[in-house]
Design a protein around this ligand. Structure first.
Ligand SMILES: C[S@@+](CC[C@H](N)C(=O)[O-])C[C@H]1O[C@@H](n2cnc3c(N)ncnc32)[C@H](O)[C@@H]1O
Length: 290
């Protein structure tokens, strides 16, 4: 397993050595070859332990991990979402951890929708979700988050989001949030949990969710950022992170959002599974100004 410094060095070089090199399918073989596989079946906790074991002893995986995961599972217990949506599923760690928490805390119709752009990663998620016995609660949707949100909304399958976990392409946090606001999927009462707001960081998103209604109305008059649509405050490696095989879709800036929504937002400091400091921004939509 690479050390933390090696990991940073690789990311600095722009290599995608930490994912999409076959390790995600390797994870499936690792788990299914375990001698105690029958005791893992139907147990979300044991599937998570097996993923953690692979990430600790074999190869790094970009999972949310236990420390930051606890912040979100506590939030799920409090919010008891009927519908929770995740942006970015990878191998299914957060999907299994949070999908299980949603099943325990909510009604029998409570569901967890994971939006994952890479079809191979989505297949890995589906396989591990089935192994964990969560297929009745969890739905995995393959495709770019903005296209999936639009499609699920248009079909009537997604009418409201009670809790949303943002953990995908960093520049898309704000554009996808605005899309959800515009479609009225995010309304007063909705709660957002955004990962990685310290490492690698997401200044445009924090600025947006911490702004007052007056500030958002003013910013909305100025229109979208120029160029490829990505805020220049993001380092190049953040914007290239997922471009290896699929290319990174152009960000849609057509959604103006709803600047009238009132947010209360604060950071919960925690750590990456590597020990690196990070934080989850918890944002509550508390009202709407007319
Ligand atoms: C940090 S990983 C997610 C980790 C996962 N939430 C966990 O904790 O187990 C980010 C994931 O977002 C996916 N992704 C990147 N851009 C996306 C987009 N526009 N729509 C949907 N998924 C995207 C990547 O393929 C990758 O699997």
């Amino acid at each position: 397993m690479p050390s933390f410094d090696e990991k940073n060095a690789y990311i600095e070089k722009g290599d995608d050595v930490f994912f999409d090199d076959g390790r995600e399918v390797e994870l499936l073989h690792f788990i299914h070859n375990k001698p105690d596989i029958d005791s893992i079946r139907g147990s979300p906790q044991r599937v998570l332990q097996a993923i953690d074991e692979f990430a600790r002893t074999k190869k790094y995986l970009m999972n949310v991990g236990q420390a930051k995961g606890k912040i979100v599972t506590d939030l799920i217990e409090e919010v008891k979402p009927e519908t929770m949506v995740e942006l970015g599923g990878y191998c299914g760690y957060s999907c299994i951890l949070f999908g299980d928490a949603v099943r325990r805390s909510g009604s029998s119709s409570a569901r967890y929708i994971s939006l994952e752009r890479n079809p191979e990663f989505a297949a890995v998620i589906m396989c591990l979700v089935a192994l964990a016995g969560l297929s009745d609660t969890v739905k995995v949707v393959v495709g770019s988050s903005d296209a999936s949100i639009n499609r699920l909304h248009a079909s009537g399958e997604l009418k409201h989001i009670d809790l949303m976990f943002l953990d995908h392409y960093k520049p898309a946090y704000t554009t996808d949030l605005k899309l959800c606001e515009q479609l009225k999927l995010i309304t007063p009462g909705s709660v957002l949990a955004a990962d990685n707001v310290i490492t690698p960081g997401n200044p445009p998103y924090l600025e947006y969710v911490r702004s007052s209604v007056a500030e958002k109305r003013e910013a909305a008059k100025q229109g979208p950022v120029e160029g490829d649509g990505v805020d220049p405050r993001f380092p190049g490696r953040t914007t290239q992170q997922y471009a290896k095989r699929l290319g990174q879709a152009k960000l849609e800036h057509t959604a103006k959002g709803n600047p009238n929504l009132v947010y209360e937002s604060r950071i919960n400091h925690s750590f990456e599974p590597t020990g690196e400091p990070d934080g989850v921004e918890i944002t509550r939509c508390t009202g709407e100004e007319k």
